[in-house]
Design a protein around this ligand. Structure first.
Ligand code: TXA
Ligand code: MG
Length: 318
């Protein structure tokens, strides 16, 4: 059921049911972060591995402090500049936080999402919201209420409609548990922007392209469409497929040889932010074309292009 009213949203959460929430990155599947039973439903509905911890969301750092969660100085600098926004901080966990949130880890991931409706909801709630992306594990993350409703509508209490996500990629995750800040996941805030504020490089050694024990959710198979997806240029695939059998996800320009109805151009002006915002929707649309293969162009490996390439390479392990 798609809803738009905060009172209904609150009721669903207070009853221990699951509510899909809009954020600026992707839609989240939220439960009361202090209610272990409600949180267990998230794992069940998503078919999410039990070892994969969840992000806690609230509307301010003060709230997190009340719950015993503190940011070290470097993280505070980032939060000042970018929160609310597409960055998640991994910090030591407090006793108040149920182990099911952190999947038994001694650290917890926290984030302040930048979406007016959800900030208002969070301000009215006496608890944080535990929320992973609102999709079945392994499939593309949702960036509209309808994406969630179609996949999970019958299994959850409701979907709070807050429009299309403005960033379109999950948050960038940075861990502050060790001396040097560690980048755990590329995402909607660029590495360049983060390093600029920190005045030093992030440790990227924990950012592994496949199964990463430090961010257990970064399993190699993720964001997978049903149709085979590969990264490259259409020309490279002519041995096996002809142009009519291809779908193409392009950055700026369509390919002159592929039927135009089978192509998704993400930003004709070459804007990486616009491309990021449209990426997951484009993967879904390409999947509906019923082509034999979806080819996605490689993006420039800078700013949000890095996170786009990361998501495409995961989608391409199908
Ligand atoms: O933008 C986002 O971050 C969205 C919206 C809904 O906030 N959420 C999201 O959640 O992408 P999810 O569950 O799909 O991805 C969370 C990632 C997973 O890879 C998980 O392993 C990692 O965060 N994570 C959570 N807690 C962690 C922790 N304590 N240490 C390391 N990684 C953690
Ligand atoms: Mg996810």
């Amino acid at each position: 059921m798609i809803i738009t009213n905060l009172k209904d949203a609150k009721q669903i959460l207070e009853a221990g049911e699951l509510l899909a929430i809009p954020t600026e990155t992707v839609y989240g599947l939220a439960a009361n972060g202090f209610n272990g039973k409600a949180i267990a439903k998230i794992y069940e509905v998503k078919n999410r591995p039990q070892f994969n911890p969840l992000i806690l969301h609230s509307n301010s750092l003060e709230r997190f402090k009340e719950w015993g969660l503190f940011l070290p100085e470097a993280a505070l600098q980032l939060a000042k500049k970018f929160s609310p926004g597409p960055i998640t901080f991994v910090v030591p966990k407090s006793e108040l936080i149920p182990d099911i949130v952190t999947a038994g880890h001694t650290t917890v991931a926290i984030r302040i999402p930048n979406h007016p409706l959800v900030l208002e909801l969070l301000a009215q709630l006496p608890f944080p919201l535990a929320a992973p992306s609102a999709n079945i594990s392994g499939t593309v993350s949702p960036t509209t209420a309808l994406h969630v409703e179609k996949q999970l509508g019958k299994l959850i209490g409701g979907v709070l409609d807050g429009g299309a996500c403005t960033i379109g990629l999950e948050s960038t995750i940075v861990s502050f548990v060790h001396e040097q800040a560690q980048l755990l996941r590329l995402g909607g805030l660029s590495v360049e922007a983060i390093e600029d504020v920190l005045g030093m490089p992030l440790d990227k050694s924990k950012l592994i392209n496949n199964d990463n024990p430090e961010a257990p959710g970064m399993l190699s198979k993720h964001y997978a469409p049903a149709t085979k997806l590969r990264i490259g240029n259409p020309e490279d695939f002519l041995d096996e497929y002809n142009y009519d059998e291809m779908g193409f996800i392009a950055f700026e320009k369509a390919n002159p040889n592929i039927p135009i109805s089978q192509q998704l151009v993400l930003s004709t002006s070459g804007d990486l932010e616009e491309a990021a915002q449209k990426l997951f929707g484009a993967i879904r649309e390409a999947d509906r074309l019923k082509v034999k293969i979806i080819i996605a162009e490689e993006f420039p490996n800078e700013h949000l292009g890095r996170a786009i390439n990361d998501r495409l390479s995961r989608a391409g392990r199908n």
